[in-house]
Design a protein around this ligand. Structure first.
Ligand SMILES: [Zn+2]
Ligand SMILES: [Zn+2]
Length: 246
């Protein structure tokens, strides 16, 4: 940010309406969120018609449209299914990024979460488990954005949220440059553990995170849950990165 913007923006924010984080338009009413109504209108929210991979929820070419089509890239992922509100761009990415800084889920984002869950009627679980942050990251940020999303899902599905079941032992990026596949697998295997293996056994789990990018994080969580006897793991994220664009 230039020097003048650091000086002028705070002044403008007092005398002008708030600025949309996605398109920078100044709006009178962001409905308690960070994105304007126009950007929400243009958000790529998934619908029943969006051609998505039946397993990982990746956006497929329209030629592959069918209820059972999968992208094949997710064959080795161990979760049972993943779904999201929409594409990690525009209103959705701006809202997801804002959620890392402020623990507030605006009305419009709540609606998107409710719609996504309503569109996926097979979401039957015993418990909702947010992807945890490491203790260090939790200390720095003071809240876990995945827990905030899990709370909304909990209201929609009338299911409990368990924030201590899954633990993140170390905070390492799951895809560090130079890591070969095995090194990456080892890093991922060590990253998460389960606090109560007895509780996990035979449970159907809804695993919640903010963004599904490569799927490495939710897959690592799913692996440890399944290793401890979880019957199924369905993954829900607010945003879904589209390969080649994110
Ligand atoms: Zn906007
Ligand atoms: Zn897939």
């Amino acid at each position: 940010m230039s020097y003048w913007r650091t000086v002028i923006d705070p002044i403008l924010s007092v005398i002008l309406p708030e600025q949309c984080r996605a398109c920078a338009a100044r709006e009178c009413d962001l409905a308690g969120g960070v994105v304007c109504a126009d950007c929400w209108q243009n958000a790529q929210l998934f619908t029943k018609e969006t051609p998505l991979c039946g397993k990982c929820g990746a956006v497929l070419g329209t030629a592959l449209r069918s209820d059972s089509a999968t992208c094949k890239a997710c064959d080795k992922m161990v979760f049972d299914r993943a779904f999201a509100c929409g594409v990690y761009e525009g209103a959705i990415s701006s809202s997801a990024l804002a959620l890392k800084k402020q623990p507030v889920i605006a009305k419009r984002l709540k609606e998107a979460i409710r719609d996504a869950i309503a569109r996926n009627p097979g979401v039957e679980a015993d418990v909702i488990v947010p992807v945890p942050l490491s203790k260090k990251r939790m200390f720095e940020r003071e809240f876990n954005q995945a827990e905030k999303i899990a709370d909304v899902a909990s209201q929609c599905l009338d299911l409990p949220v368990d924030t201590s079941l899954l633990q993140r032992n170390i905070h390492t990026p799951l895809h560090r440059a130079g890591m070969d596949l095995r090194a990456r697998e080892l890093s991922v295997e060590k990253a998460f553990s389960v606090a109560d293996a007895e509780f996990v056994r035979h449970k159907h789990i809804l695993l919640v995170d903010d963004v599904f990018t490569s799927g490495a994080t939710v897959n690592a969580c799913s692996a440890v849950l399944k290793k401890n006897g979880a019957s199924s793991v369905i993954v829900f994220t607010v945003a879904r990165a589209v390969q080649g664009r994110c």
